[in-house]
Each structure stands twice: as C-alpha cells, then as structure tokens.
Design a protein around this ligand. Structure first.
Ligand code: HPA
Length: 271
C-alpha cells in the first residue's frame, strides 16, 4: 500500500506546480465550492494511477488543484463510498495521498439525515465528534508506522480550534449553524424509523454514509480535521417522510452557498 501511495503521489507531483496545504473533500451536491477555486490543474480520477473511480450519481470524480482564500488547496470533487463496493483502503486512499502531497488540514463536507429534534432541513451542522458504525475499520490490519501509530488517539477527531474558527466565520456571515455528533454507517439504504431512533439513542445528531473513514485515516496521520454536514432530511419522530437521493442532492444544492462561504472564509483563518 505504501508503494501505491508513493507512486500516486509522485505521479500527481509531476502534474502540479505548487504543493497543496489544505485538502478538501466535497460531498453529495456540494461540488460548488470548486467554482470558488482559482483552478490551476484538474486531474480526473480515471487518469490517476491507483485511484478508484467513483460510480455514484452527483459525484463527478476529479482532483482539483488551485488557490482558495489565499491557500493552495487540493479538492476531491466526488469521494469514494464504502457502499459502492470499495474496500476501506480504497475509500481512504486519496486522504493518504493528500497527506503525502503536503496537506496540513483536511476540510470535509457531506449530506446527512438529522435525528436531533431541534434541526431543520437545510441546516448546516459542524461535526464536533463522530461514532464509527461502519462494519469494517480503515486501520484494520498491519499498521504502517510511517503513516501513524497502531492505536491512534481520537480524543479530538475534529479540531476544537477549527470548530471555534468555523463558528466564528458562520456568525460573521450571518449563517446559522448547528453543532453535533455524526454517526457514520455503510448504507446504501436510508434508515428505517427504528434505525433513526437507534442513532439518536446512541448519542448522535445526524447520520450519513461517509466521512468517518476519511477522518480516521487523517487522524492516524495527525491531520487536523474540520467537517460540515448539510441536514438534507429528518429522521425525527413524526417528521420522517420518504427520502430519495434526488431530494438529498436538491437540499444540498440549496444549502451549498452557505457551506461554501464558511469553507472559503475558514480557509483565510487557517495558520
Ligand atoms: N441517512 C443516511 N445518509 C444520508 C441521509 C440519511 O438520512 N441523508 C443524507 N445522507
């Protein structure tokens, strides 16, 4: 695996002029932040050695290099989901490559179902912690000490400093944000009412099918992380209705502007 990470990194380095300082993973319907990037290079996943190719609708599958808020960034337009059939190693491979390319911070966005009764559809939730409910762990197997320790600390999976900065930026721009715990599970089914109830009982505020693997691997490599979720539907008793991927994409698209402002402004606050 290390050889693959290194050879992919070397390939990408041969295609770009400036190493990225910040990595960004854009979730479902949230690719719009890309329009704010002063793009210097675009690499379709299909052209990058060892990169899996994304299959789900609404994920166009490109690595974008450029400048955003005064920082050199690499953005993944489209991520790899476990439910697509990829192994956890494949899902998290790009994060390891981004680290080797030089990123010092990881920003992540996603769509999720809210189970907190105080949430509304279209709300943004800054993720302050997570619960890993995936059936496979991305760090399972022999540890690679070059990447990180055998037993990584997860006491601050989401950087407190970045959360403070994110909230400050949201307030300064008059954007309402919620804050809470994200529970990640495999999908691809949305939850049954009983499962949404379980998610709530377990102590989460929102549930989704991504992010947790990438954050675990980033924390293994000691990268500070910040993540925002768009609440696209509610798993709240009395408010549960049918959900489709199209609904999720539509709500995400509506809230995308707010998320884009936070990410862009937060970029300026990074050290
Ligand atoms: N459950 C899981 N994943 C999701 C949801 C949900 O309700 N909404 C968007 N992604």
């Amino acid at each position: 695996m290390l050889d693959k990470i290194k050879s992919t990194t070397t390939y990408i380095q041969s295609k770009i002029s400036t190493p990225p300082e910040v990595g960004i993973i854009l979730g479902t319907g949230l690719g719009g932040l890309v329009n704010e990037i002063n793009i210097k290079h675009t690499l379709p996943y299909s052209e990058i050695p060892n990169f899996p190719v994304s299959t789900v609708e609404g994920h166009s599958g490109k690595l974008i290099f450029g400048e955003l808020g005064g920082k050199n960034v690499v953005a993944m337009q489209g991520r790899f989901h476990y439910y697509e059939g990829y192994s956890m190693q494949q899902v998290t491979f790009p994060v390891r490559v981004m680290k080797m390319l030089g990123i010092k911070t990881l920003l992540v966005s996603n769509a999720s179902g809210g189970v907190n009764s105080g949430f509304e559809i279209g709300d943004l939730m800054i993720i302050n912690d997570h619960i890993n409910f995936f059936p496979e762990h991305p760090l399972n197997g022999k540890n690679k000490p070059e990447l990180g320790p055998r037993f990584p600390d997860m006491s601050e999976a989401y950087s407190k400093d970045l959360i403070t900065k994110g909230k400050k930026v949201a307030m300064a721009n008059n954007i309402k944000v919620q804050e809470g715990v994200y529970l990640g599970l495999s999908g691809p089914t949305f939850e049954t009412p009983a499962e949404y109830r379980m998610v709530k009982v377990l102590g989460a505020d929102a549930v989704g099918m991504s992010t947790v693997p990438e954050i675990i691997v980033a924390r293994h490599m000691n990268i500070p992380c910040f993540a925002i979720s768009i609440i696209t539907d509610l798993g709240v008793e009395g408010k549960i209705v049918e959900v489709t991927h199209e609904d999720v994409q539509e709500v995400a698209a509506q809230s995308e502007k707010k998320m884009t402002i936070i990410m862009k402004e937060l970029m300026k606050e990074l050290n």
